[in-house]
Design a protein around this ligand. Structure first.
Ligand SMILES: *Cc1c(COP(=O)(O)O)cnc(C)c1O
Length: 392
C-alpha cells in the first residue's frame, strides 16, 4: 500500500471523530517518525505523551515478543508472574500507595478512581478544576471542563463541579462533607500547560484531609519522567489517595493504572473490574518500560533537557509570544494569536507538535530526544514563531 492508498482508505472508513492529517507515518525510532517514503520527522508530541521512552524501544519490543510467546491474556482473578512483578514495581514508586487497579487507558483509570471515591466515602460529589481534562467517557468527561468536549453529550454524570485552578479560596468553598473527591492535574496538559503552585496542591491535600474527601491526582500526562520527576507529585511534596496514570506506563502499549492509598476503603470483589486489565502482555511491556525509565534516568534527562529547551525558548525574541511555561519536557508556548498556522508551519519543517487550546503550542517530545534534535527544534521555532500569520 502506498501513502495515497493508505490516506484514501482511512479517509473513507474513519469514524470521522479525528481531524486527520495527510501525513502517513509507518515507522518510528527514538524521537523520530518516518513516513512511507522514509522521510524523517522530529516527534515533539509523543502521541500526546505516550512515547516517553522514544518509539520502538528495543527493550519493550523484546519483552512484548517474549511474553507474546508465553501468555498474552489472563483475567486478574488468576495471579501471574508479570503482573505480580508490575504490582510490586509500580507501588514501590509512591510510598503510601500500596495497592493498584490495572486497566487499559487513561479515561478508565479516572473512571475507576471516581467509583472508588464514591464507594469508599459513601459521598457523591466530585470537585474538578476549570480547564481540566480527564478523558472522554462519561465520568471523566463530567470532570473535563472545556465545553467543546462536553456539548451535545448531556446529561453528564450528576455531582460534578468545577472551581478555578490554583485558587485555594475557591477550593475551600467547594469542598464539604458531601465531597467524595477532588481531582487535579498538577500540571494541566490539554488545558494549556499550566503548572500548579506548590501551595495550592498542598492546600488541596489539607482541605481534603480536613473534610474527609479523597484527593485524586491525574498523572496520565505528567507521569513516568515527563516533568523531571518520576511522578509530578514529587515536585509538590504531597501524596494523593488515588493516582491515575496511563499513557507512557507500558512504553506505548495501551495500559492504565490507579495507585491506591490506605484511606480508600470498601474495595471488595465485584466492586470494579476489567476484562483486559492486568493482562500479562501489557504488564510485561510496563515492566520493561519502568526498568528503562530507571536505567536511562529518563526523569533526570527530562529535567536537564527541559531546562535547556525552556532557556532557549525564553530567549527567542518575538512579539508573537505571550509566555513560555512548563515543567521538565512538558512545555507550552502561549502565543498572542491562534496556533494552528504555527503547528502547520512546524510540520512543513518536519516537526510534529501539538496545540493545547487555541493559543498554546505544546511540546511533549520523547524524553530520549537528543540535544542536537532540541537545537534543531529551537532553530525552527525561532524562525516560525517570528512569522505573523494573522496579517499575512
Ligand atoms: C490523555 C489524558 C487522559 C485520557 O487518557 P486516554 O487514554 O485518552 O483515555 C486523561 N487525563 C489526562 C491528564 C490526559 O492527558
Amino acid at each position: 500500500m502506498n501513502a495515497n492508498e493508505i490516506l484514501e482508505i482511512e479517509n473513507k472508513h474513519t469514524s470521522g471523530t479525528y481531524a486527520k492529517q495527510s501525513l502517513v507515518i509507518v515507522r518510528g525510532q527514538g524521537a523520530s517518525l518516518f513516513d512511507a517514503d522514509g522521510k524523517e520527522y522530529l516527534d515533539c508530541s509523543s502521541g500526546h505523551g505516550v512515547a516517553n521512552l522514544g518509539h520502538a524501544h528495543p527493550k519493550v519490543a523484546e519483552a512484548l515478543y517474549k511474553q507474546a510467546n508465553t501468555l498474552i491474556t489472563l483475567f486478574e482473578s488468576f495471579p501471574n508472574d508479570q503482573r505480580a512483578t508490575l504490582m510490586k514495581k509500580i507501588t514501590a514508586l509512591v510510598p503510601g500507595l500500596e495497592r493498584v487497579f490495572l486497566c487499559n487507558s487513561g479515561t478508565e483509570s479516572v473512571e475507576a478512581a471516581f467509583k472508588f471515591s464514591r464507594i469508599s466515602t459513601g459521598r457523591k460529589n466530585i470537585v474538578a478544576a476549570m480547564r481540566a481534562f480527564h478523558g472522554r467517557t462519561y465520568g471523566s468527561l463530567s470532570a473535563t471542563y472545556n465545553k467543546k468536549y462536553r456539548e451535545g453529550f448531556e446529561p453528564l454524570v450528576p455531582g460534578f463541579s468545577h472551581v478555578a485552578y490554583n485558587n485555594i479560596e475557591a477550593l475551600e468553598k467547594a469542598v464539604n462533607e458531601e465531597t467524595a473527591a477532588v481531582i487535579l492535574e498538577v500540571v494541566q496538559g490539554e488545558g494549556g500547560v499550566y503548572p500548579a503552585n506548590v501551595a495550592y496542591v498542598q492546600a488541596a491535600r489539607r482541605i481534603c484531609d480536613e473534610r474527609g474527601a479523597l484527593l485524586i491526582v491525574d498523572e496520565i500526562q505528567t507521569g513516568f519522567g515527563r516533568t523531571g520527576k518520576f511522578f509530578a507529585i514529587e515536585h509538590f511534596g504531597i501524596t494523593p489517595d488515588l493516582l491515575c496514570c496511563a499513557k507512557s506506563l507500558a512504553g506505548g502499549v495501551p495500559m492504565g493504572a490507579v495507585l491506591i492509598g490506605k484511606n480508600v476503603k470498601n474495595l471488595t470483589p465485584g466492586v470494579h473490574g476489567s476484562t483486559f486489565g492486568g493482562n500479562p502482555l501489557s504488564c510485561a511491556a510496563a515492566n520493561a518500560a519502568l526498568d528503562v525509565i530507571q536505567e536511562e534516568d529518563l526523569a533526570g534527562q527530562a529535567e536537564a533537557k527541559g531546562k535547556y529547551l525552556m532557556e532557549k525558548l525564553k530567549a527567542i525574541q518575538s512579539p508573537n509570544i505571550r509566555e513560555v511555561r512548563g515543567l521538565g519536557l512538558m512545555v507550552g508556548i502561549e502565543m498572542k494569536q491562534k496556533v494552528v498556522p504555527y503547528i502547520k508551519a512546524l510540520q512543513e519543517a518536519n516537526i510534529i507538535a501539538l496545540n493545547a487550546g487555541m493559543t498554546v503550542i505544546r511540546l511533549l517530545p520523547p524524553l530520549v530526544i537528543t540535544y542536537e534534535q532540541l537545537d534543531h527544534l529551537v532553530d525552527a521555532l525561532t524562525e516560525i514563531l517570528s512569522t505573523d500569520f494573522v496579517t499575512e
